[in-house]
Design a binder for this molecule. Structure first.
Ligand SMILES: O=C(O)C(=O)[C@H](O)CO
Ligand SMILES: [Mg+2]
Length: 257
C-alpha cells in the first residue's frame, strides 16, 4: 500500500489549521500536505509538524491573489517578477519545513493571450523554479487540473499537455503531480496513464468522482490503482485531497481496508 499524506486544506477542517497536524497524526498519517502555509510564520508551522511528528510532504507556491480568483502565476507573461519572488518565498518555507516537494500552479488563461507566449513563459518560469529548488534538493510539481468542473480557465487542464511540458522544461527535478480525480474527469484511462508515465510522476493525489469525496464513494476503483502503484515501484506519497462526506475520521474507513 502506498504512503498517504493528509491534505490539511481538505481534511480535519473540523478544527483550526494549527490543530490539524496532531489530528492527522492521531489518525495514523505520517505526512501532511496543504495548499499554502504563508498565513503563518514558517517556524510556527515547523513547530506544529515537529509536535505532531509528521513530515511536510508538499505545499503550493504562492498563487497570486487567490481570494480574487487567481490560480497561479507561472503562465502569465506580465507577472514573471512576481513569480520569481513567489519562488523565493516558497523556497524559504521549504527550507524551514524540510519539505522536498512543492507544486507550482500554472494560472488561468488570460483573455486574448497567444498560447505560444503562455507556454514560453511557463517553461521559462518552471526552469527558474527548478534551478532554485535544486539548491535544496527539492522537486517542483506541475499538476493538470480539470477546467470543466473545478477550475474553469485553468491553463494546464490536460494530462498529455502536462507530460509534454515536462519534456519542454527539461529539468530532472520537475515532475508531474498526477491528481487522479482531475485525470478521471479530464480523460479517464487512469491505469494506463500511470503505467505509461510512472517515471515522470513525482506525486499522486486522490479523491473519488463525482463529488471529490473519499475513495470508494464514486466510480474510481482505488484498490486496483494502489496495487498498480505498488507493483510499479512507486515510492512517492499519495495526497488525500478529498472532501469528507461527513467528518474526516468517519471517512477514513477506506484506509483501514
Ligand atoms: O486543485 C488541486 O487539485 C490541487 O492539488 C492544487 O494544488 C490546489 O488547487
Ligand atoms: Mg490536486
Amino acid at each position: 500500500m502506498p504512503k498517504f499524506a493528509a491534505n490539511l486544506s481538505f481534511l480535519f477542517t473540523e478544527v483550526p489549521f494549527p490543530e490539524r497536524f496532531a489530528r492527522a497524526a492521531a489518525a495514523g498519517f505520517t505526512g501532511v500536505e496543504y495548499l499554502f502555509p504563508y498565513d503563518w510564520p514558517a517556524h510556527e508551522v515547523a513547530q506544529w509538524l515537529q509536535s505532531a511528528d509528521v513530515e511536510q510532504v508538499l505545499f503550493n507556491l504562492p498563487p497570486g491573489d487567490w481570494a480574487a480568483g487567481e490560480r497561479g502565476l507561472a503562465c502569465l507573461p506580465q507577472r514573471q517578477g512576481e513569480f520569481a519572488e513567489s519562488v523565493e518565498q516558497a523556497l524559504d518555507y521549504a527550507m524551514v519545513l524540510d519539505c522536498e516537494r512543492v507544486h507550482c500552479l500554472a494560472g488561468l488563461r488570460p483573455a486574448g493571450c497567444d498560447e505560444a507566449m503562455l507556454e514560453t513563459t511557463f517553461v521559462a518560469n518552471l526552469r527558474h523554479a527548478a534551478d532554485r529548488f535544486a539548491t535544496i534538493g527539492a522537486t517542483v510539481m506541475i499538476e493538470p487540473i480539470n477546467s470543466r468542473i473545478d477550475m474553469p480557465g485553468y491553463w494546464l487542464d490536460d494530462v498529455g499537455k502536462g507530460f509534454r511540458l515536462l519534456q519542454a522544461v527539461d529539468r530532472s527535478n520537475v515532475k508531474l503531480q498526477l491528481d487522479l480525480y482531475h485525470a478521471q474527469i479530464i480523460q479517464g484511462d487512469l491505469a494506463r496513464t500511470i503505467e505509461a508515465n510512472i517515471g515522470d510522476i513525482g506525486h499522486v493525489q486522490i479523491a473519488d468522482n463525482p463529488g471529490r469525496h473519499e475513495p470508494g464513494s464514486g466510480e474510481i476503483h482505488y484498490p486496483f490503482l494502489f496495487e498498480l502503484l505498488d507493483r510499479l515501484g512507486y515510492t512517492g506519497w499519495v495526497g488525500c485531497e478529498y472532501k469528507p462526506q461527513t467528518t474526516t475520521e468517519a471517512g477514513l474507513g477506506w484506509l483501514r481496508r
